[in-house]
Ligand binder design. Structure first.
Ligand code: TMP
Ligand code: MG
Length: 317
């Protein structure tokens, strides 16, 4: 900012600083005590720059499980797309037991603050591969998925409708980039009536045979710590995202930060991280890595406020 340049005459700097404050509308949601920021000034400047560029320059890239969905509700964990499949319509008791054992073994590794992403990578491949093999053995029927989602306690974060509807109204593309199960994810957003035409999904999709029975998973496996590869191979080619150099990224894992690596010539990127679990152990690394960290916040209030600001009229141009 010009008024930070030391040789500018002091009263001129003061006037410029006051003008800057006056023209910069505040986002009160950022003052909530659940919001942590390494550099608040940078966050505000980025939001402001994005607002000046307008909705036409913006794209939103978001993780799904535990980012767009809640982490917990009334003290109980909300199921991820994989865990929604834990329904007798789809899998038997033995499979449930094995999937839970795998979750109890590998989830603590996924969120372990003491291991690097490189250390976690092969273990995540192991977890996803074992789970997908179990699911394939169950001969899951495509026509049962919708009922399983209906019977599940899947829940999007409070304020999700405002989020999806605002992006649709403003014609901003939303890329949902998930290591979950794409077919289940689609059903969750469809049943919540927010699967709008501006929503694009990159995820692990099921491959069904002609009779509608699961026989494999399609394409390259996506897990929490290889999203960079998916970003480069899939997201980079999405025509709807071209020519939108400003990115709002939402995630709950440090691995989610690579979801925007396929965006060529990005100009501004603002990252928002939901810190749901192991707060004390992970706070430092989240604050270092995400621009905005939301601690145990089950709502979309902050992303919605930021979006509202970015897509508001450009009076401050
Ligand atoms: P996400 O990329 O949409 O967040 O989805 C990945 C999450 O799914 C990750 O945090 C771990 C979770 N997961 C399960 O809950 N159960 C499983 O069996 C597997 C393989 C992953
Ligand atoms: Mg997630």
């Amino acid at each position: 900012m010009i008024y930070h340049i030391p040789w500018i005459y002091t009263p001129v700097r003061t006037v410029l600083a006051i003008w800057h404050q006056l023209t910069k509308s505040e986002i009160p949601e950022l003052a909530k005590c659940s919001v942590l920021m390494r550099d608040r000034g940078r966050v505000e400047d980025t939001i402001h720059t994005m607002q000046r560029a307008g909705a036409g320059s913006l794209q939103v890239i978001s993780d799904f499980d535990m980012t767009l969905t809640r982490f917990a509700h009334n003290g109980k964990r909300v199921p991820t797309t994989h865990n929604i499949l834990d329904n007798r319509l789809l899998i038997n008791e033995d499979c449930t037991k094995k999937m839970r054992e795998l979750l109890n073994t590998y989830y603590p590794i996924e969120i372990d603050a003491g291991r690097t992403a490189e250390e976690k990578q092969p273990l995540m491949v192991e977890w996803w591969t074992k789970v997908h093999e179990l699911l394939i053995q169950q001969r899951i029927r495509k026509d049962m998925l919708s009922q399983a989602v209906k019977e599940s306690s899947a829940m999007l974060r409070d304020g999700y409708k405002v989020f999806f509807d605002c992006l649709t109204e403003q014609q901003v593309p939303l890329l949902i980039f998930s290591a979950g199960v794409g077919d289940v994810l689609e059903e969750v957003i469809r049943q919540n009536q927010v699967f709008h035409p501006n929503v694009h999904i990159i995820s692990n999709y099921m491959d069904f045979d002609q009779t509608g029975v699961l026989q494999a998973f399609k394409g390259q496996l996506i897990h929490t710590f290889n999203k960079r590869e998916g970003a480069l191979s899939h997201a980079a080619g999405l025509r709807e995202l071209q020519g939108r150099p400003n990115v709002l990224l939402l995630g709950d894992s440090l691995g989610d930060l690579t979801m925007a690596d396929g965006v060529s010539e990005h100009q501004n990127i603002l990252t928002i991280g939901f810190l749901n679990d192991q707060v004390d152990e992970r706070k430092e690394s989240y604050v270092k890595s995400f621009d905005v960290v939301l601690v145990k916040d089950e709502t979309m209030d902050v992303p919605n406020a930021i979006l509202r600001h970015i897509t508001s009229s450009r009076d401050n141009k």
